[in-house]
Design a protein around this ligand. Sequence first.
Ligand code: IVH
Length: 682
Amino acid sequence: MSQTSQGAPAEAVARCAELVQQLNHHSKLYYLLDQPEIPDAEYDRLFRELQTLERDYPTLKTASSPTQRVGAETLSEFSSVTHEMPMLSLDNAFSEADMLGFEKRIRDRLKISDDIEFACEPKFDGIAVSLLYRNGELIRGATRGDGSSGEDITLNVRTIGSIPLHLNNASVPAVLEVRGEIFMPKSGFAKLNLRAAERGEKTFVNPRNAAAGSLRQLDPSITASRPLVMCAYSVGYVEGELPETHSGILQLLGDWGFVVSDERRVVTGVAACLDYFQMMQKRRPALAYDIDGIVFKVNSLELQQQLGFVSRAPRWAIAHKFPAQEEMTRINDVEFQVGRTGAITPVARLEPVFVGGVTVSNATLHNRDEIERLGVRIGDTVIIRRAGDVIPQVVAVVASKRPKDSVSIEFPELCPICSSPVERVEGEAAVRCSGGLICGAQRKEAIKHFVSRKALDVDGLGDKLVEQLVDQELVHEVADLYQLSTEVLTGLERMGPKSAANLVAALEQSKTTTLPRFLYSLGVREVGEATARALALHFGSIARIAEASDIDLQAVPDVGPVVARYVVEFFQQARNRAAITALQAAGVNWPEQEPKQQQDEIQALPLSGQTFVLTGSLEVLTRDQAKEKLLALGAKVSGSVSAKTDCVVAGPGAGSKLVKAEQLNLKVMDEAEFIQFLAELN
Ligand code: IVH
């Protein structure tokens, strides 16, 4: 291997120069322009690679290396502020081993073997700020900038409600610099993007970019209109007395009127830190704001002082990061999936990537409008986001990584499954296959829906089995399911005689059902569980529903002209009527009733005529339990919020539905209020 005059291999010198150039470029995009091109996790990886190279070949380290600096230079439009004390960064831990290393370094340096007390708090995913108070008056607000100087954003921070302008407390030091994070809560972000989308404006990629963009406004009235929160996490330069612990400082900041995290804890020893980390990782989706890890700080200020700093970070603190929710990968291909109603969805086939704790190889691109909005092509490198249990999303294209041979995404003219022409309906983003039940894909989806839990609930008939049954032409339409014998089923992949017999028994059992379930199982467009229930209650029999006109149908609460039309069209089709007859002939049955009698029954219930929406996560009740209770009281439970909604029950993590409810001025309850409300009705 060739050696250079610096004593490092030529490859290392070249890679080091390349990393410095890339990190400077991305740091500028991130800090200066609020337009990050690569996910944080990718930046962290490049950064660590450079750190390792510099550690192995110390001659490669220069004073201007990104590892020796904290951020980028300041923007020219805002005036510059020199921090009295530098605003440093934090070292990262990505594993338990990293955390154990952190504890060991502290113990070795302090020459102690006792367990150390740590203050634990969320690592907010926002923008670091410094607020300077003189004699209790807010005199300056600044961004972190490059750590030693930032931008003067005093006018902007003054518009943020959670930042106190005066501190009226005798114990406030004469000069006090408070540091913290400004972020945009998830619900505020959803609302802002909803509004932007309605106006055809560009939406923000994530709450952090939205917060950064909102702060870096030369017109403070724009900042004022944005839902920003500041959470205080430490002090900087102080002239005056302070408590002896970090937790004591946070307590005081809270007393003086700052927002401090309710999630903060003090624990002893690194094992307890790891427990807190696990606990918060579970809580993360339910929090009202984004966090990307946990910060652990030695609680004693005396020990902090003894430990001191290394170049860019304190030795007494560490950020233990959660697995990244955003990662970069390549779109290898785009395929088109056909759903139950014929909707054709483009699905990106990805180079597999580990994101949000799982390996992801597919992401939906939703529809043509979404492809246009993203400007995505096959071959592009994209940012994939997977938060909580949410399906992976493509959030942005990394424009600089577009290869010369990228290919535009063309929607098929013919259905990829049955070759029927595809049609685009006016006013709808979706493109549909016109093949109906001729289309194998639609048939498979229709059968999967028919046997699903909320429909006829056939135990043991999973998606893979349905696919085999259709592919092997054993089932053409739903009624054929009831002709399946144990012998035929035993011949299928991964089907022993016992499972086959169980499935035949489950099918037999599913024949005794209810009208709402049966109606739902037919898969009429826009007829979900609630609408099926309402139709069944109103008409009492399948024959009356099949004969109902648009006007008759619209007499049912919550059935509008669109749903009414879909119902009429469904029953007009001879093949659908034939499918129902075949099911009844196979023995599928349900009790039917007189419509009038049922009407009287529902009218008598305490929540008759009221529509509820459940959103966010519930902690005491499950969603299904809450729904059942509401239905039993005569209420309707809908999946979407509209002016016709009577009440929204919102748990932690509620997003756009809560926003819409607030916009429409609807009644909103949290879970505790909801439980109380139910108790009062009973
Ligand atoms: S303490 C010297 N506490 O993380 C220690 N930082 O790389 C200074 N951050 O941009 C930071 N939540 O703004 C601290 N609870 C928290 C934090 C936190 C988020 C940010 C901070 C900085 C980055 C550190």
